[in-house]
Design a protein around this ligand. Structure first.
Ligand code: NOJ
Length: 545
């Protein structure tokens, strides 16, 4: 077991994701910006997070809200400029907060100068920077791949008579990472930000960088939901040839070498798929790279995809703990800009607190999503206000706008996100008058207070940020109970995921124990572990003697 004192910042720290459009508008146009993030740095420092990950802020036509990048080395005027970015890095570092930027290497915008050149003619030197293929003899696309956002993954270019590949919207053409010039140019974009002082990257759909060399058809998915919309070709396929090709690992090793040329930087990858394939993205360890030679943290979304059930949570955590090699550091995500809000998904406000306690007491790096610390719920987006291409193409029930509504700072009009009288880019949720930072900051029992206390407890406890994990048997089915230990320090997390009181009996752990924190924030002091009573929706962190 690693000595907690020797852990890197990305192992012991907590990451907080900011969706810049939705965090704080400082310019008064209804869209968040970097100056807004700077304005809120003191809030983040007081919350107690160690790093912020910024979703894309690059120049972009915003076909996928910034995940369509038109210049990898600049800031969109909508969000600020490079000077504002530098101020943000300096301000964050002055508060001991690391900066992680989103890097979108699989696809650019169709307005990126590289693609404009590439599509200009078949013999343009940049033609091969993207993935172009002839139509089939009948004029149809080169293979059957579907786009994540509906329809085929190919768009025909009339002027040059070929199709180009895009597994997201057609404005996101995919770069050809088999071309060494593309690789070199993209690795340079990493160096650009590393030189500016960023501490790490969150790498978008990193497992897609390399496709099957022959671009073979994907097989059908026998388990596809029969009610998928007709245009959801992607949902009807297994992504055998379009995702997670063995050769991608060589490319990720090269990306890692770029990071390793700088001190203490971190690579986090967006990765899906079964555990045995996912785990390979840590790479191999060698004397020179004791943390593995690929990603420091392949994002672990498993808990987010499961039903909120104690056995399901424990099973997933145990499987991960067993599968990880000594150098693979765990991590957990319960919410992000692509899914439902944690408080909506995990059985309401009361259980959102239990989820927070779990996320911040498991072994491994937690990633928090802005607003989850307030218990923000899915926003209600009227059909005419839907912005997300996924919602527009695949149906309003699939829109990701629900988890991207403006951060709720106070009870003033527009929740302090943007000035009164300005229309925010997505509607502010109706509960902002009571669910906001200002109101919750002064409420000793609010979920925000719980997050602050959990973060402080974790930061002060080597057992919690760096100790071992041991699940405990013989507890009620609706409870997830585990020990975190480091040296003599022992902490117990006892989580009741149900709507009923539960009694946990742990006679082997000794009788002297002290509740440090309850999700209800109304209880501290000595407990008898032979009969630990957990109220409905209650989780406790307990110090063992
Ligand atoms: C994953 C990102 O999280 C998502 O928001 C985006 O739409 C796709 N990748 C495409 O970049």
């Amino acid at each position: 077991m690693t000595n907690p004192d020797e852990l890197a910042w990305w192992q012991r720290g907590v990451v907080y994701q900011i969706y810049p459009r939705s965090f704080q508008d400082a310019t008064g146009n209804g869209v968040g910006d970097l100056a807004g993030v700077i304005r809120r740095l003191d809030y983040l420092a007081a919350l107690g997070v160690d790093a912020i990950w910024l979703s894309p802020f690059y120049p972009s036509p915003m076909a996928d809200f910034g995940y369509d990048v038109a210049d990898y080395c600049d800031v969109a005027p909508l969000f600020g400029d490079l000077a504002a970015f530098d101020r943000l890095v300096a301000g964050a570092h002055a508060r001991n907060i690391k900066i992680i930027v989103d890097w979108v290497p699989n696809h650019s915008s169709d307005q990126h100068p590289w693609f404009i050149e590439s599509r200009s003619s078949r013999d343009n030197p940049k033609r091969d920077w993207y993935i172009w293929r002839d139509p089939k003899p009948d004029g149809s696309p080169p293979n059957n791949w579907g786009s994540h956002f509906g329809g085929p993954a190919w768009t025909f270019d009339e002027a040059t008579g070929q199709y180009y590949l895009h597994q997201f919207v057609k404005e996101q053409p995919e770069l050809n990472w088999r071309n060494p010039e593309v690789k070199a140019a993209m690795l340079d974009t990493l160096r650009f930000w590393l030189e500016r002082g960023v501490d790490g990257f969150r790498m978008d759909v990193i497992g897609l960088l390399i496709k099957d060399a022959d671009l073979r058809d994907n097989p059908p998915n026998p388990d596809a939901d029969p009610n998928l919309p007709p245009n959801d070709l992607f949902g009807r396929q297994l992504h055998v040839y379009s995702h997670d090709q063995d050769e991608v690992h060589g490319v990720i090793r090269e990306i890692r070498q770029v990071l390793d040329a700088y001190d203490d930087r971190c690579g986090i990858g967006e990765l899906w798929g079964p555990l045995d394939r996912w785990i390979r993205y840590y790479g191999d360890s060698s004397p020179g790279s004791p943390t593995g030679d690929e990603l420091h943290l392949p994002f672990n979304f498993r808990l987010m995809l499961l039903p909120w059930d104690a056995k399901a949570m424990r099973h997933s955590v145990d499987k991960l703990e067993t599968a990880l090699s000594v150098f693979g550091w765990p991590n957990y995500v319960l919410g992000n800009h692509d899914g439902a809000r944690l408080a909506t998904r995990f059985g309401g406000q009361a259980q959102a607190r239990v989820a927070a306690m779990m996320l911040l007491t498991l072994r491994g790096t937690p990633t928090l999503y802005y607003g989850d610390e307030l218990g923000m719920e899915n926003g209600v987006i009227p059909p005419e206000k839907v912005q997300d291409p996924q919602g527009i193409n695949l149906g309003i029930e699939r829109t990701r706008d629900v988890c991207r509504t403006p951060m709720q700072w106070d009870g003033s009009p527009n929740a302090g996100f943007c000035p009164a009288g300005v229309e925010p880019w997505l509607p502010v949720s109706a509960d902002y008058e009571t669910r906001n930072v200002a109101a919750q900051s002064t409420d000793p029992t609010s979920i925000l207070t719980l997050y602050r206390r959990l973060l402080a407890l974790r930061r002060a406890s080597p057992a919690l940020y760096g100790g071992s994990y041991r699940p405990l048997d013989g507890v009620p089915d609706d409870c997830f109970v585990y020990l975190r230990e480091s040296g003599d320090e022992r902490k117990l997390a006892a989580l009741n995921l149900s709507y009923a009181e539960q009694r946990v009996s742990l006679p082997d752990l000794g009788s002297s124990a002290e509740v440090l924190l309850s999700t209800h924030l109304d209880r501290e002091g000595t407990v008898d572990l032979r009969n630990l009573k957990l109220r409905a929706h209650e989780g406790c962190v307990v110090a063992l003697g």
